[in-house]
Write a protein that binds this ligand. Structure first.
Ligand code: SF4
Length: 312
C-alpha cells in the first residue's frame, strides 16, 4: 500500500529584471516588518543567476545577508485573471523596523499564505457557509447577508439590543473597522460588543493599563534605549521577534537590565538570563496587576519616584 508523504519543494525561481515590485508589510504580528513582492506572469522568462538577469541585480550564489529566495518564499497566484509568480521576501531597503531585510520565520514564509488551490491554502473558504438540514453548505453572499440581517432584526426586536453580541477584528484601524463598529454601536446599539482579544470593549492589556502605563506609547527604539526594560506577560522574542532581535537583544548584549513578569520561562527570557542581567518574577496567571501595584507602592513608600518629572 502506498503512503502519503510530504515532499518539500527544493527550488524557487528568481524574479526577472522586469518583474513588478510592490512593497507591503507582514501582517502576522503588530511589528509590521517591511516586505517586497516581486510579481511576473507564469509562462514568461524567470530571472537568471547573473546580476544582469535578475531583479536583485546580484550574482548567484550570493553571500550571507545578500538577496536569496527560499522555496517557501515563492508561490503562484491569480492576478488580473492570469496565473502569476510571486516571490515575497523581507525588504532589504527597509528604513525602519526590520533593517537590512531581517525577518522572523513567520513573516519569512508569508508567500505560503497567498491563495493557491494546489497548496495547503486550498482549504480556504471561498463563500459563506450556512448549516442547512444539519450540514454546512456554501451559499451566495447575498443569501448569507439576507439571513444574517433577518436573524439580527428578529433577535433585537424580540429580546432587545443587548441580545445581539458582536466580536470583530481590530488593528489597521478606522477605515476597515468603521462600518462594523458603527453598525454594532450605532445601528444596533448593543453593549455586547468588543474587539478580537478582549472580553469587553476595553484595552487589550487591562492589567498594564490599570497600572498606569500606555503600552503603545514607546517607539521601537525606546525598547532598546531603556536602561531597564520591564516585560509583562509576554516574550517579545516569541511574539514580536524583530523588536527583540533588532532592538532589545542588542541592548541586552550591552548590559540592559530586563525584568520579566511571566508565568513561564520562555526563549527570550532564557537568553536574557544567559547574559546574567535578567530578573524573572514567575507569577500566577492574572496576578500581574497586584504585583505592579505592589512595586509602585514600594517605589512611593521609599520616595524613589521622579517627583519633579511627574509634577511637570
Ligand atoms: S516580527 Fe515576524 S511576524 Fe512580526 S511583522 Fe516582523 S516578520 Fe512579521
Amino acid at each position: 500500500m502506498s503512503k502519503l508523504e510530504y515532499v518539500s519543494e527544493d527550488k524557487a525561481p528568481l524574479p526577472p529584471k522586469n518583474a513588478e515590485v510592490l512593497t507591503t508589510c507582514c501582517d502576522y504580528c503588530i511589528v509590521a516588518c517591511g516586505y517586497k513582492v516581486y510579481r511576473w506572469p507564469v509562462g514568461t522568462p524567470d530571472g537568471g543567476p547573473r546580476a544582469s538577469e535578475n531583479a536583485f541585480g546580484v550574482d548567484f550564489p550570493t553571500g550571507a545577508m545578500q538577496a536569496w529566495v527560499a522555496p517557501t518564499q515563492y508561490n503562484v497566484v491569480q492576478h488580473n485573471g492570469k496565473p502569476h509568480n510571486v516571490v515575497i521576501i523581507p525588504d532589504k531597503d527597509s528604513k525602519a523596523v526590520n533593517f537590512g531585510g531581517d525577518s522572523s520565520i513567520r513573516g519569512g514564509t508569508i508567500a505560503q499564505k497567498c491563495y493557491n488551490p494546489k497548496k495547503p491554502t486550498s482549504d480556504r473558504l471561498m463563500s459563506p457557509l450556512i448549516r442547512i438540514n444539519g450540514t454546512l453548505q456554501p451559499v451566495s453572499w447575498d443569501t448569507a447577508l439576507d439571513v444574517a440581517a433577518e436573524l439580527i432584526r428578529h433577535t433585537v426586536k424580540t429580546h432587545g439590543a443587548n441580545a445581539y453580541a458582536m466580536k470583530m477584528y481590530s488593528y489597521q484601524f478606522v477605515e476597515n473597522t468603521y462600518a462594523l463598529s458603527k453598525f454594532a454601536k450605532g445601528g444596533v446599539n448593543t453593549a455586547n460588543f468588543t474587539f478580537h482579544d478582549t472580553p469587553a470593549d476595553v484595552t487589550s492589556t487591562p492589567g498594564f493599563r490599570d497600572a498606569g502605563f500606555d503600552n503603545f506609547g514607546p517607539a521601537y527604539k525606546d525598547w532598546g534605549d531603556a536602561e531597564v526594560l520591564m516585560i509583562c506577560g509576554t516574550d517579545p522574542y516569541e511574539t514580536k521577534t524583530m523588536i527583540f532581535n533588532q532592538f532589545i537583544k542588542p541592548a541586552i548584549d550591552q548590559g540592559q537590565k530586563t525584568i520579566w513578569l511571566n508565568v513561564r520561562e520562555t526563549a527570550g527570557l532564557a537568553y536574557a538570563k544567559s547574559k546574567g542581567n535578567a530578573l524573572h518574577i514567575q507569577l500566577d496567571p492574572g496576578t500581574d496587576t497586584p504585583v505592579l501595584g505592589a512595586i509602585a507602592r514600594v517605589i512611593l513608600e521609599n520616595g524613589w519616584e521622579d517627583s519633579e518629572w511627574i509634577k511637570n
